[in-house]
Write a protein of this length. Structure first.
Length: 65
């Protein structure tokens, strides 16, 4: 598997995009998975699987029992 991919996603009338298959395969994104859209007006947008954010938050703020 390649470590890099560049693709184009067209925005539909309802504002929806389709993540290219190569990118979905690279990040193991399946139907029903959740993604987080991070936006910065100057820097652009990023799409991250929600489980990556959850993992990071667990490391930053572990459960204290």
């Amino acid at each position: 598997m390649k470590d890099k991919f560049v693709g184009i996603a067209k925005v539909g009338e309802k504002g929806q995009i389709v993540i290219p298959k190569e990118a979905r395969d690279m990040f193991d994104i399946k139907p029903g998975d959740s993604v987080v859209v991070l936006c910065d007006k100057k820097k652009g947008m990023a799409i991250i699987k929600s489980e990556v954010i959850e993992y990071t938050m667990d490391k930053i703020m572990p459960d204290k029992k």
